[in-house]
Design a protein around this ligand. Structure first.
Ligand SMILES: [Zn+2]
Length: 256
């Protein structure tokens, strides 16, 4: 989960599996929790809402989430859709609907930050549960076109596994090698690899690089049966190959 702090010490929390972490951060930092920003309705993202509801604290909060999934978001007060603007602490956050992982998934973009939920991950992307793959491809291409200085706040620390897959499909990429070494060093110190920057994602995240001739050539070797004509074809081939988990048998990050 991510906690946003306003100048007048209000807190907005983006998603969360439970209330414990959010309330602990607010208490430690002297913040009043006023707002929940919901990206989608998987349990590890709206467990927060359910817990706050059980504690009788949800009713006093502003709860922002997709109008398209309104019935699945406890306490929803501000249903939003593509292009809407939500303001927190005087900072406008633009809502982007990014279907693919789950229908009705939304991201919040503003102030050189993007809260991307489970659509884009550091070095990877979310699983495609609802799809279709073309929607996921559109969502990823839109996010990948954000300015390079955008900080990418994704929802899970899956970076090393994602980068192992990336190394399998783009072997010997120098930006990827540098990123793998940097993330391994961070993780060895018990530190997070997120947020990342869009510049890093554009350079090393295979799902944002479907036009790369080297990537396409490598995919043609690894999955000769997969069509690789459209952007959605390439992203679909990548996602399905990652889902097999085969990269975990063949990539040794210590050797990178
Ligand atoms: Zn999810």
């Amino acid at each position: 989960m991510w906690v946003l702090e306003s100048e007048d010490h209000q807190a907005a929390v983006v998603d969360g599996p439970n209330a414990q972490g959010a309330l602990a951060v607010c208490a430690a930092e002297g913040l009043t929790l006023t707002t929940l920003l919901t990206t989608h309705t998987h349990g590890d993202h709206i467990g927060l809402h359910h817990h706050l509801d059980l504690e009788g604290r949800l009713a006093s909060l502003r709860v922002v989430g997709a109008a398209a999934t309104a019935s699945a978001i406890p306490g929803l007060t501000d249903p939003v859709a593509q292009g809407d603007v939500v303001t927190f602490g005087g900072v406008p956050l633009t809502v982007w609907r990014t279907d693919g992982h789950l229908t009705g998934h939304v991201c919040y973009l503003g102030g050189d930050a993007a809260f991307v939920g489970d659509t884009l991950f550091a070095g990877g992307c979310g699983k495609v549960f609802d799809g279709p793959m073309s929607a996921m491809a559109d969502s990823l291409m839109r996010l990948g076109a954000l300015p390079s200085q955008t900080a990418v706040f994704c929802a899970h620390e899956y970076t090393l596994d994602n980068l192992a897959f990336a190394w399998w499909v783009e072997p010997e990429s120098e930006p990827l090698r540098a990123r793998i070494r940097a993330v391994r060093a961070l993780r060895a110190q018990g530190r997070c690899s997120v947020p990342s920057t869009m510049a890093e994602e554009q350079a090393t995240n295979p799902y944002l690089r479907p036009g790369s001739p080297q990537l396409r050539a490598r995919l043609a070797e690894l999955v000769p049966e997969a069509p690789l004509e459209t952007t959605a074809d390439v992203i679909g081939a990548l996602r399905r190959l990652k889902d097999t988990g085969r990269h975990r048998q063949v990539v040794d990050l210590e050797a990178v």
